[in-house]
Ligand binder design. Structure first.
Ligand SMILES: Nc1ncnc2c1ncn2[C@@H]1O[C@H](COP(=O)(O)OP(=O)(O)O)[C@@H](O)[C@H]1O
Ligand SMILES: [Mg+2]
Length: 234
C-alpha cells in the first residue's frame, strides 16, 4: 500500500539565544492509509514539531515530507496552503474554532476557503454535525458550546474536506475524561468511515490505546525514535 505520509531524513532545530536546539534529527516516518498512530513522549520531545513539519506548517531544515506522494516543502507557499486544506485536517488542544462563526460555519470554512460552493459546503458541514451528534447545535457559536462539543466540532472541521490525514495535537488535553472518550470515539469512527489516517499526539494513557501503532519520541533533542510495540488492543 502506498504511504499517505512519508518523512525521510528530516532535520529540524530551533535557535534559542546562542544555542541551536536539535529537535528532529535524521527522522524517518511512514504512515499508511487508514492507520491510527499515537505519538507519545515527554514534554519538549518534539511531538508538536513533528506534526507541524509533517503538516506543512513549519519547514524542516533538511529532508523531505511527502503527503500522498507529493513533496510538501517543494511547493510554493500558496500551493502548500491549498494542498494543506485539501489533504490534511488539524485538531488542536484548544480547539481553534473561529469565535464569530457558528458551528456549521466553522465546519464548512475549509471548504469555503477552497472555493467549494456555499450550498455543498453547508450540506457537507451539516452532515458532519449530524454524525457527531450536534445537528441541533449548527447555529451555535463556540462560546455557546462545552469544551467537548467544541472539540467534536473541530474534529468535524478537520474531516470536512475528506483529507487523507488528520493531525491531532493533544486533542483531549483540555477535556474531562467523559468528553475525551466522546472525542476519541468520534475521531476514530469518522476517520475510519472517511478513510483518513490519523497521527495523534497525546499524554493521556487512555487516549494512547486508540492507536493501532505507537510512536514514542524519546530523548527529544537527540530525537531517537523507538517504534514501541503496538498499543494494547481496545
Ligand atoms: N518556535 C520555536 N522556537 C524555539 N524553540 C522551539 C520552538 N518550537 C519548539 N521549540 C523547542 O523545541 C523542542 C520541542 O518542542 P515541541 O515540539 O513543542 O515538543 P512537545 O510537543 O513534544 O512538547 C522544545 O525544546 C521546544 O522548546
Ligand atoms: Mg506539544
Amino acid at each position: 500500500m502506498k504511504p499517505v505520509l512519508q518523512l525521510q531524513g528530516v532535520g529540524k532545530s530551533y535557535r534559542r539565544g546562542d544555542e541551536q536546539v536539535l529537535v528532529l534529527d535524521d527522522f524517518d516516518f511512514t504512515l499508511d492509509a487508514g492507520e491510527f498512530v499515537v505519538v507519545t513522549g515527554p514534554s519538549g520531545a518534539g511531538k508538536s514539531t513533528l506534526l507541524h513539519v509533517a503538516g506543512g506548517l513549519d519547514a524542516p531544515d533538511r529532508g523531505t515530507v511527502s503527503v500522498t506522494g507529493q513533496d510538501v516543502w517543494s511547493m510554493s507557499a500558496g500551493a502548500r496552503a491549498a494542498f494543506r486544506r485539501r489533504n490534511l485536517g488539524f485538531v488542536f488542544q484548544f480547539f481553534n474554532l473561529v469565535p464569530m462563526l457558528t458551528a456549521v460555519e466553522n465546519v464548512s470554512l475549509p471548504l469555503v476557503l477552497d472555493g467549494v460552493r456555499a450550498r455543498s459546503a453547508d450540506a457537507r458541514a451539516r452532515e458532519l454535525l449530524e454524525r457527531i451528534g450536534l445537528g441541533d447545535r449548527a447555529g451555535h457559536r463556540p462560546a455557546e458550546l462545552s469544551g467537548g462539543q467544541m472539540q467534536r466540532v473541530a474534529v468535524a472541521r478537520a474531516l470536512a474536506a475528506r483529507p487523507s490525514i488528520i493531525l491531532a495535537d493533544e486533542p483531549t488535553g483540555n477535556l474531562d475524561s467523559h468528553s475525551s472518550t466522546e472525542v476519541l470515539d468520534l475521531l476514530r469512527s469518522l476517520s475510519d468511515e472517511d478513510g483518513a489516517a490519523v497521527v495523534m499526539v497525546t499524554h493521556d494513557p487512555a487516549a494512547a490505546r486508540y492507536g493501532s501503532r505507537e510512536l514514542r519520541l524519546v530523548d527529544g533533542r537527540a530525537s531517537a525514535v523507538d517504534e514501541a510495540a503496538p498499543a494494547e488492543e481496545k
